[in-house]
Write a protein that binds this ligand. Structure first.
Ligand code: G1P
Length: 291
């Protein structure tokens, strides 16, 4: 299944990060030296995605501006001979074709994905949630495409979570096919630990087929009164196989304060030009605090 289009829902309000997100989109918060959304777009590009649709909402203009040309800035940099900076900002606006559509009401992830129907136009497609930065040896979406090539159907990325956290995720029930791949037999959105069919949680990566749009349209609002993508996938199970891919890598939930901090520290420690100083700063700080 060659997936060339991706949908990135970015309409969410980011309430878990207030007041940080009062006047700026959470997707634009810095992770080391890039806004979080850029990691997700780069993962899509690495997986062969050629065009992206961002499903936006109010207060998200900064994302559009970021992926657009900034003529004044480029002119300024060029006239001052700052060519490295010029190429860096041009690279961002040239990296991929980005389209935008607005989700007019916050009706849930399923409804956000439904806004992509005209853009997708009958092709299989990927959904990447911008809250989830996944750092691994191979981009998560590439690992999922490998599963999709071997096992035709839809694919969701999963990871094990502690039992007590199941109510924060979509949880799957599945039959192991090979290590790291399950055929999904059920999906539940944010079940209480006692009701969770497993501790395998869906993280924000999906490979979907266009039949999902009819399923979403027929899906009633579920958990938290929102139209849930998880519920639409559950409804499709009798007609379309869904596989779960336990990806290799680390997922950072940047919609959460601790996740955002962890992403910054862990990804900075992987950068040769920052790692030495940061390591020293962290150990000095720990010594001072615990002395
Ligand atoms: C969404 C999905 C959920 C998934 C999660 C992963 O929930 O509805 O199934 O497990 O993303 O990040 P949200 O975190 O947007 O409430």
């Amino acid at each position: 299944m060659g997936v060339r289009k991706a949908v990135i829902p970015v309409a969410g309000m980011g309430t878990r990060l207030l007041p940080l997100t009062k006047s700026q989109p959470k997707e634009m918060l810095p992770v080391v030296d890039k806004p979080a959304i850029q990691y997700v777009v780069e993962e899509a590009i690495d997986a062969g995605i050629q065009s992206v649709l961002m499903v936006t909402g109010r207060g998200k203009r900064a994302i559009e501006d970021y992926f657009d040309h900034s003529i004044e800035l480029e002119h300024e940099l060029e006239s001052h001979g700052k060519l490295d900076d010029l190429h860096a900002v041009q690279r961002i606006s040239n990296m991929i074709q980005v389209y935008y559509v607005r989700q007019k009401l916050p009706r849930g992830l399923g409804d956000a994905v439904l806004q992509a129907r005209a853009f997708i136009d009958g092709d299989p497609f990927a959904v990447l949630l911008a809250d989830d930065i996944i750092d691994g040896p191979t981009p998560c979406l590439v690992q999922m495409q490998q599963v999709a090539r071997r096992y035709p159907g839809m694919v969701v990325a999963v990871m094990e979570v502690p039992r007590e956290q199941t109510s924060s995720y979509g949880i799957i029930e599945g039959t192991a096919v090979v290590p790291g791949v399950w055929e999904v037999t059920g999906l539940v959105e944010k079940p209480e630990p006692a009701d969770a069919p497993s501790n395998l949680a869906i993280v924000g990566r999906y490979i979907l087929t266009p039949g999902i749009f009819d399923a979403i349209e027929q899906t009633e609002p579920g958990k938290n009164g929102e139209v849930q993508l998880t519920d639409a996938l559950q409804a499709m199970l009798p007609f379309k196989k869904v596989y779960a891919c336990e990806f290799k890598g680390t997922r950072y939930d940047i919609g959460d304060q601790m996740g955002l901090l962890k992403a910054n520290v862990a990804l900075a420690l992987k950068r040769p030009e920052l790692a030495g100083d940061l390591r020293q700063f962290l150990s000095e700080t720990l010594e001072t605090i615990f002395d």
